[in-house]
Design a protein around this ligand. Structure first.
Ligand code: GAL
Length: 329
Protein backbone atom coordinates (compact mmCIF):
# COMPACT_ATOMS: atom_id res chain seq x y z
CA UNK A 1 0.00 0.00 0.00
CA UNK A 2 2.71 2.41 1.06
CA UNK A 3 4.73 1.38 -1.96
CA UNK A 4 1.79 2.17 -4.22
CA UNK A 5 1.25 5.52 -2.53
CA UNK A 6 4.89 6.41 -3.12
CA UNK A 7 4.62 5.39 -6.74
CA UNK A 8 1.58 7.62 -7.16
CA UNK A 9 3.52 10.48 -5.61
CA UNK A 10 6.46 9.87 -7.91
CA UNK A 11 4.22 9.92 -10.93
CA UNK A 12 2.44 13.04 -9.73
CA UNK A 13 5.88 14.68 -9.60
CA UNK A 14 6.47 13.44 -13.13
CA UNK A 15 3.23 14.98 -14.35
CA UNK A 16 4.37 18.25 -12.80
CA UNK A 17 7.42 18.18 -15.03
CA UNK A 18 9.93 16.12 -13.11
CA UNK A 19 11.22 13.24 -15.16
CA UNK A 20 10.90 9.82 -13.70
CA UNK A 21 8.71 6.86 -14.21
CA UNK A 22 7.16 5.80 -17.43
CA UNK A 23 5.50 2.74 -18.72
CA UNK A 24 8.56 1.82 -20.73
CA UNK A 25 11.54 2.53 -18.53
CA UNK A 26 10.47 0.25 -15.75
CA UNK A 27 11.03 3.08 -13.29
CA UNK A 28 7.83 2.21 -11.55
CA UNK A 29 8.21 -1.54 -11.72
CA UNK A 30 6.19 -3.13 -9.02
CA UNK A 31 3.73 -0.26 -8.86
CA UNK A 32 0.35 -0.14 -10.51
CA UNK A 33 0.85 3.28 -12.06
CA UNK A 34 1.47 3.63 -15.78
CA UNK A 35 2.59 6.97 -17.14
CA UNK A 36 2.27 7.53 -20.86
CA UNK A 37 4.43 10.12 -22.56
CA UNK A 38 2.41 12.13 -25.07
CA UNK A 39 4.18 14.44 -27.52
CA UNK A 40 2.04 17.21 -28.99
CA UNK A 41 3.45 19.29 -31.86
CA UNK A 42 1.49 22.48 -32.62
CA UNK A 43 2.17 24.33 -35.91
CA UNK A 44 2.52 27.62 -34.05
CA UNK A 45 1.35 29.02 -30.73
CA UNK A 46 0.44 32.41 -32.14
CA UNK A 47 -2.98 31.27 -33.42
CA UNK A 48 -6.14 31.86 -31.39
CA UNK A 49 -8.08 28.81 -32.52
CA UNK A 50 -5.16 26.40 -32.06
CA UNK A 51 -4.44 27.92 -28.65
CA UNK A 52 -7.87 27.03 -27.33
CA UNK A 53 -7.55 23.64 -29.05
CA UNK A 54 -4.22 22.75 -27.40
CA UNK A 55 -5.37 23.98 -23.99
CA UNK A 56 -8.48 21.81 -24.18
CA UNK A 57 -6.37 18.87 -25.35
CA UNK A 58 -4.08 19.10 -22.30
CA UNK A 59 -7.02 19.61 -19.93
CA UNK A 60 -8.87 16.64 -21.33
CA UNK A 61 -5.84 14.36 -20.91
CA UNK A 62 -5.61 15.55 -17.30
CA UNK A 63 -9.30 14.84 -16.70
CA UNK A 64 -8.87 11.26 -17.90
CA UNK A 65 -6.10 10.45 -15.44
CA UNK A 66 -6.81 7.86 -12.78
CA UNK A 67 -4.92 6.55 -9.78
CA UNK A 68 -3.22 4.08 -12.07
CA UNK A 69 -2.94 5.89 -15.42
CA UNK A 70 -1.17 9.23 -15.90
CA UNK A 71 -0.38 11.23 -19.03
CA UNK A 72 2.77 13.29 -19.28
CA UNK A 73 1.80 15.70 -22.02
CA UNK A 74 4.58 17.73 -23.63
CA UNK A 75 3.32 20.40 -26.03
CA UNK A 76 5.77 22.11 -28.43
CA UNK A 77 5.51 25.31 -30.48
CA UNK A 78 6.51 24.67 -34.10
CA UNK A 79 6.70 28.45 -34.69
CA UNK A 80 5.47 28.00 -38.25
CA UNK A 81 8.76 26.32 -39.19
CA UNK A 82 8.58 22.74 -40.48
CA UNK A 83 12.32 22.16 -39.94
CA UNK A 84 12.02 23.13 -36.30
CA UNK A 85 8.87 21.04 -35.86
CA UNK A 86 10.44 17.99 -37.48
CA UNK A 87 13.26 18.24 -34.90
CA UNK A 88 10.72 18.44 -32.10
CA UNK A 89 8.92 15.35 -33.39
CA UNK A 90 12.21 13.49 -33.82
CA UNK A 91 12.97 14.31 -30.19
CA UNK A 92 9.65 12.77 -29.19
CA UNK A 93 10.58 9.66 -31.17
CA UNK A 94 14.09 9.30 -29.76
CA UNK A 95 12.81 10.28 -26.31
CA UNK A 96 10.66 7.18 -26.07
CA UNK A 97 7.28 8.88 -26.30
CA UNK A 98 4.31 6.54 -26.42
CA UNK A 99 2.13 8.52 -28.84
CA UNK A 100 2.41 11.69 -30.94
CA UNK A 101 -0.30 14.22 -31.75
CA UNK A 102 0.80 16.35 -34.68
CA UNK A 103 -0.59 19.63 -36.02
CA UNK A 104 1.92 19.84 -38.85
CA UNK A 105 3.27 23.11 -40.19
CA UNK A 106 3.25 21.51 -43.64
CA UNK A 107 0.93 18.50 -43.93
CA UNK A 108 3.22 17.03 -46.63
CA UNK A 109 5.70 16.33 -43.80
CA UNK A 110 3.36 13.51 -42.69
CA UNK A 111 5.20 11.01 -44.91
CA UNK A 112 8.52 11.67 -43.13
CA UNK A 113 6.94 11.87 -39.67
CA UNK A 114 4.98 8.63 -40.11
CA UNK A 115 8.02 6.80 -41.48
CA UNK A 116 10.17 7.85 -38.50
CA UNK A 117 7.40 7.03 -35.99
CA UNK A 118 6.76 3.66 -37.65
CA UNK A 119 10.37 2.62 -37.04
CA UNK A 120 9.71 2.87 -33.30
CA UNK A 121 6.10 1.70 -33.59
CA UNK A 122 4.77 5.00 -32.19
CA UNK A 123 1.22 5.88 -33.23
CA UNK A 124 0.58 9.34 -34.70
CA UNK A 125 -2.67 11.31 -34.51
CA UNK A 126 -2.70 14.15 -37.04
CA UNK A 127 -4.93 17.10 -36.25
CA UNK A 128 -6.17 20.34 -37.88
CA UNK A 129 -3.99 20.18 -41.04
CA UNK A 130 -5.08 17.22 -43.07
CA UNK A 131 -2.34 15.08 -44.63
CA UNK A 132 -2.69 13.31 -47.98
CA UNK A 133 -4.71 10.08 -47.77
CA UNK A 134 -1.70 8.17 -49.15
CA UNK A 135 0.39 9.29 -46.17
CA UNK A 136 -2.21 7.97 -43.74
CA UNK A 137 -2.51 4.74 -45.72
CA UNK A 138 1.26 4.27 -45.47
CA UNK A 139 0.97 3.79 -41.69
CA UNK A 140 -2.36 1.94 -41.40
CA UNK A 141 -4.03 1.45 -38.04
CA UNK A 142 -1.26 3.45 -36.36
CA UNK A 143 -1.94 6.86 -37.87
CA UNK A 144 -5.14 8.82 -38.27
CA UNK A 145 -6.47 12.29 -39.04
CA UNK A 146 -8.89 13.90 -36.60
CA UNK A 147 -10.54 16.98 -38.03
CA UNK A 148 -13.53 18.71 -39.48
CA UNK A 149 -14.45 18.72 -43.17
CA UNK A 150 -13.66 22.24 -44.32
CA UNK A 151 -16.05 21.91 -47.26
CA UNK A 152 -18.86 21.92 -44.72
CA UNK A 153 -17.67 25.17 -43.09
CA UNK A 154 -17.39 26.91 -46.46
CA UNK A 155 -20.84 25.70 -47.46
CA UNK A 156 -22.29 26.99 -44.19
CA UNK A 157 -20.73 30.42 -44.75
CA UNK A 158 -22.35 30.61 -48.20
CA UNK A 159 -25.68 29.40 -46.83
CA UNK A 160 -25.66 32.05 -44.11
CA UNK A 161 -25.40 34.77 -46.78
CA UNK A 162 -27.85 33.05 -49.15
CA UNK A 163 -30.45 32.97 -46.35
CA UNK A 164 -30.43 36.77 -45.90
CA UNK A 165 -33.46 38.67 -47.27
CA UNK A 166 -31.34 40.27 -50.04
CA UNK A 167 -29.02 37.20 -50.33
CA UNK A 168 -25.99 39.47 -50.05
CA UNK A 169 -26.98 41.64 -53.04
CA UNK A 170 -27.28 44.84 -51.04
CA UNK A 171 -27.26 47.23 -54.00
CA UNK A 172 -29.66 45.09 -56.06
CA UNK A 173 -27.47 44.95 -59.16
CA UNK A 174 -28.04 41.21 -59.61
CA UNK A 175 -24.64 40.10 -58.33
CA UNK A 176 -22.95 39.67 -54.99
CA UNK A 177 -19.59 41.50 -54.94
CA UNK A 178 -17.26 40.06 -52.36
CA UNK A 179 -13.86 40.07 -50.71
CA UNK A 180 -12.30 36.75 -49.69
CA UNK A 181 -9.83 36.69 -46.78
CA UNK A 182 -7.86 33.48 -47.31
CA UNK A 183 -6.06 31.56 -44.54
CA UNK A 184 -2.88 29.92 -45.78
CA UNK A 185 -2.35 27.30 -48.45
CA UNK A 186 -0.66 24.85 -46.04
CA UNK A 187 -4.05 24.09 -44.55
CA UNK A 188 -6.65 22.66 -46.88
CA UNK A 189 -9.25 24.45 -44.72
CA UNK A 190 -8.31 27.66 -46.54
CA UNK A 191 -8.75 26.17 -49.99
CA UNK A 192 -12.08 24.51 -49.24
CA UNK A 193 -13.62 27.41 -47.34
CA UNK A 194 -12.71 29.75 -50.18
CA UNK A 195 -14.16 27.41 -52.78
CA UNK A 196 -17.25 26.09 -51.01
CA UNK A 197 -18.56 29.37 -49.60
CA UNK A 198 -18.85 30.68 -53.16
CA UNK A 199 -20.11 27.37 -54.51
CA UNK A 200 -22.96 27.35 -51.96
CA UNK A 201 -24.02 30.81 -53.13
CA UNK A 202 -23.81 29.80 -56.80
CA UNK A 203 -25.66 26.54 -56.13
CA UNK A 204 -28.42 28.61 -54.54
CA UNK A 205 -28.63 30.54 -57.83
CA UNK A 206 -26.74 33.75 -57.04
CA UNK A 207 -24.15 35.40 -59.27
CA UNK A 208 -20.87 36.09 -57.52
CA UNK A 209 -18.35 38.80 -58.35
CA UNK A 210 -14.91 38.45 -56.80
CA UNK A 211 -13.31 41.82 -56.06
CA UNK A 212 -10.39 40.68 -53.91
CA UNK A 213 -9.09 37.27 -52.84
CA UNK A 214 -5.97 37.52 -50.72
CA UNK A 215 -3.99 35.44 -48.31
CA UNK A 216 -4.07 36.67 -44.71
CA UNK A 217 -2.47 33.67 -42.95
CA UNK A 218 -5.35 33.33 -40.43
CA UNK A 219 -4.06 36.55 -38.90
CA UNK A 220 -6.13 39.42 -37.52
CA UNK A 221 -3.74 42.23 -38.48
CA UNK A 222 -3.45 40.90 -42.04
CA UNK A 223 -7.26 40.53 -42.26
CA UNK A 224 -7.57 44.16 -41.23
CA UNK A 225 -4.98 45.34 -43.76
CA UNK A 226 -6.47 43.42 -46.70
CA UNK A 227 -9.97 44.67 -45.84
CA UNK A 228 -8.77 48.27 -45.45
CA UNK A 229 -7.03 48.11 -48.83
CA UNK A 230 -10.09 46.53 -50.45
CA UNK A 231 -12.32 49.22 -48.95
CA UNK A 232 -10.17 52.02 -50.27
CA UNK A 233 -10.08 50.41 -53.71
CA UNK A 234 -13.70 49.28 -54.05
CA UNK A 235 -15.60 51.21 -51.34
CA UNK A 236 -19.38 50.81 -51.52
CA UNK A 237 -19.09 48.10 -54.14
CA UNK A 238 -18.13 45.55 -51.46
CA UNK A 239 -21.23 43.73 -50.24
CA UNK A 240 -19.88 40.62 -48.50
CA UNK A 241 -16.63 39.78 -46.77
CA UNK A 242 -15.93 36.06 -46.43
CA UNK A 243 -13.16 35.40 -43.92
CA UNK A 244 -11.68 31.90 -43.79
CA UNK A 245 -11.47 32.30 -40.01
CA UNK A 246 -12.67 34.53 -37.19
CA UNK A 247 -9.33 36.14 -36.41
CA UNK A 248 -9.23 37.63 -39.91
CA UNK A 249 -12.93 38.53 -39.55
CA UNK A 250 -12.04 40.46 -36.39
CA UNK A 251 -9.48 42.37 -38.43
CA UNK A 252 -12.21 43.09 -40.98
CA UNK A 253 -14.51 44.32 -38.20
CA UNK A 254 -11.89 46.94 -37.30
CA UNK A 255 -11.29 48.01 -40.91
CA UNK A 256 -15.05 48.29 -41.52
CA UNK A 257 -15.42 50.45 -38.42
CA UNK A 258 -12.59 52.71 -39.58
CA UNK A 259 -14.32 53.07 -42.96
CA UNK A 260 -17.66 53.76 -41.22
CA UNK A 261 -19.35 50.78 -42.77
CA UNK A 262 -22.07 49.02 -40.78
CA UNK A 263 -22.38 45.24 -40.82
CA UNK A 264 -25.96 44.17 -41.45
CA UNK A 265 -26.78 47.49 -43.16
CA UNK A 266 -24.30 48.18 -45.93
CA UNK A 267 -22.03 45.13 -45.77
CA UNK A 268 -22.07 41.51 -44.53
CA UNK A 269 -19.27 39.61 -42.81
CA UNK A 270 -18.89 35.88 -42.07
CA UNK A 271 -16.06 33.95 -40.42
CA UNK A 272 -15.28 30.46 -39.15
CA UNK A 273 -14.27 29.17 -35.70
CA UNK A 274 -16.95 30.76 -33.46
CA UNK A 275 -14.40 32.43 -31.18
CA UNK A 276 -16.27 33.75 -28.11
CA UNK A 277 -15.70 37.35 -29.23
CA UNK A 278 -17.20 36.61 -32.64
CA UNK A 279 -20.25 34.79 -31.26
CA UNK A 280 -20.89 37.92 -29.21
CA UNK A 281 -20.52 40.07 -32.33
CA UNK A 282 -22.93 37.81 -34.22
CA UNK A 283 -25.47 38.20 -31.43
CA UNK A 284 -25.21 41.97 -31.33
CA UNK A 285 -25.12 42.40 -35.12
CA UNK A 286 -21.39 43.19 -35.47
CA UNK A 287 -20.91 40.10 -37.65
CA UNK A 288 -23.44 38.38 -39.90
CA UNK A 289 -22.44 34.88 -38.86
CA UNK A 290 -19.70 32.42 -38.13
CA UNK A 291 -19.31 28.64 -38.10
CA UNK A 292 -18.36 26.67 -35.00
CA UNK A 293 -15.05 24.91 -35.52
CA UNK A 294 -15.50 22.56 -32.59
CA UNK A 295 -12.14 22.62 -30.79
CA UNK A 296 -13.65 20.76 -27.84
CA UNK A 297 -15.05 17.94 -29.99
CA UNK A 298 -11.88 17.74 -32.09
CA UNK A 299 -9.41 17.79 -29.19
CA UNK A 300 -11.42 15.17 -27.32
CA UNK A 301 -11.62 12.97 -30.42
CA UNK A 302 -7.84 13.34 -30.86
CA UNK A 303 -7.16 12.36 -27.25
CA UNK A 304 -9.61 9.46 -27.45
CA UNK A 305 -7.84 8.22 -30.59
CA UNK A 306 -4.43 8.59 -28.92
CA UNK A 307 -5.62 6.60 -25.91
CA UNK A 308 -7.17 3.94 -28.13
CA UNK A 309 -3.79 3.58 -29.83
CA UNK A 310 -2.04 3.39 -26.44
CA UNK A 311 -4.39 0.56 -25.59
CA UNK A 312 -3.29 -1.25 -28.71
CA UNK A 313 -6.45 -0.62 -30.72
CA UNK A 314 -6.25 -0.11 -34.49
CA UNK A 315 -7.02 3.43 -35.54
CA UNK A 316 -9.44 4.27 -38.29
CA UNK A 317 -8.05 6.47 -41.05
CA UNK A 318 -10.30 9.43 -40.19
CA UNK A 319 -12.36 10.75 -37.29
CA UNK A 320 -14.62 13.64 -38.31
CA UNK A 321 -16.25 16.28 -36.15
CA UNK A 322 -19.10 18.42 -37.52
CA UNK A 323 -19.10 22.18 -37.99
CA UNK A 324 -22.16 24.10 -36.76
CA UNK A 325 -23.67 27.27 -38.25
CA UNK A 326 -23.79 30.25 -35.88
CA UNK A 327 -26.22 33.07 -36.63
CA UNK A 328 -28.00 35.61 -34.43
CA UNK A 329 -30.14 33.96 -31.77
C1 GAL B 1 -8.28 26.41 -38.99
C2 GAL B 1 -8.85 27.52 -38.13
C3 GAL B 1 -7.94 28.72 -38.19
C4 GAL B 1 -6.51 28.34 -37.88
C5 GAL B 1 -6.08 27.17 -38.73
C6 GAL B 1 -4.68 26.72 -38.36
O1 GAL B 1 -9.09 25.28 -38.89
O2 GAL B 1 -10.13 27.86 -38.59
O3 GAL B 1 -8.40 29.74 -37.31
O4 GAL B 1 -6.44 27.99 -36.52
O5 GAL B 1 -6.98 26.09 -38.59
O6 GAL B 1 -4.26 25.63 -39.15
Amino acid sequence: MIKKFLAVLACAALVMGVTGCSKDNGGNAGSDVTTYKVGVAIYKYDDTFMTQYREELANYFKSLETDTVKYEVNVMDGKGDQGEQTNQINNFITGGYDVIIANLVQPTAASVVSAAAAEQDIPVVYINREPEAADLEAYPGKSTYVGADARQSGTYQGEIIAALPDHGDINGDGKVSYVMLVGDPDNVDAKYRTEFSIKAMEDAGYTMEKLVEQRGDWDKAKGQQITADALSQYGEQIEVIFANNDDMALGAVQALKDAERTVGEDVYLVGVDALAECVELVNNGGMTGTVLNDHVGQSHAAVDAAIAALNGEELEQYYWVDYVKVVKK
